[in-house]
Design a binder for this molecule. Structure first.
Ligand code: S3P
Length: 177
């Protein structure tokens, strides 16, 4: 089994707080932050919604696997898109990067959070709450099985989320600010 790297990798459903936690972890550790959605978006020069609409989900997933492979094996914060665990090849790569943290929240909290932003292509249909529920049920155990630990963020502030993550990940002392 390949050795695991020193990154903190955030996985979990849309609205679980990966992006916000990733930004705060970047500040606290001073490590570089990589966001797979942002990397894909940058490459296409368009939003995730536009990529799904113009090129389809399978092309997005292909690019997602590609950017994952390009991430350096170093201390870093890696924020992933909610569907990244769907490809078995990605799972192996994610675990090689470092400690994998699954952020989760109850369905209502996830729905409230994703409803604040309209940029989730998978929730654009006529019944976004129903679709979200389906996806959460389909993917919940997958996230848990990929992660080293799971953190329910439903009732936590953003700072509490970061504190809880840092408490579980072994970091060199001087790296935490
Ligand atoms: C997706 C989640 C999104 C983005 C894309 C697909 C998913 O990322 O990658 O819309 O399949 O769950 P976030 O988890 O950051 O919203």
């Amino acid at each position: 089994m390949p050795e695991r790297g020193g990154a903190i990798v955030l996985i979990g459903f849309m609205g679980s707080g990966k992006s916000a936690a990733g930004r705060r972890l970047e500040m606290r550790t001073g490590w570089p932050r990589y966001d797979t959605d942002a990397m894909i978006s940058e490459r296409f020069g368009s939003s995730i919604n536009e990529i799904f609409a113009q090129h389809g989900e399978s092309e997005f997933r292909r690019r997602e696997a590609e950017v994952l492979l390009e991430l350096p094996r170093e201390r870093a914060i890696v924020v992933t898109g909610g569907g990244i665990v769907l490809r078995p090849g990605n799972v192996e790569c994610i675990r090689e990067l470092g400690t994998v943290v699954n952020l989760t929240a109850d369905e209502q909290t996830l729905f409230d959070r994703v409803s604040r932003r309209t940029s989730r292509p998978l929730l654009q249909g006529p019944d976004p709450a129903g679709r979200l529920r389906e996806l959460v049920r389909e993917r919940g155990s997958l996230y848990r099985s990929v992660a080293d630990f799971t953190l329910d963020t439903s009732h936590l502030t953003r700072d509490e989320v970061v504190k809880a993550i840092l408490a579980r990940v072994e970091l060199p002392r001087h790296d935490v600010h």
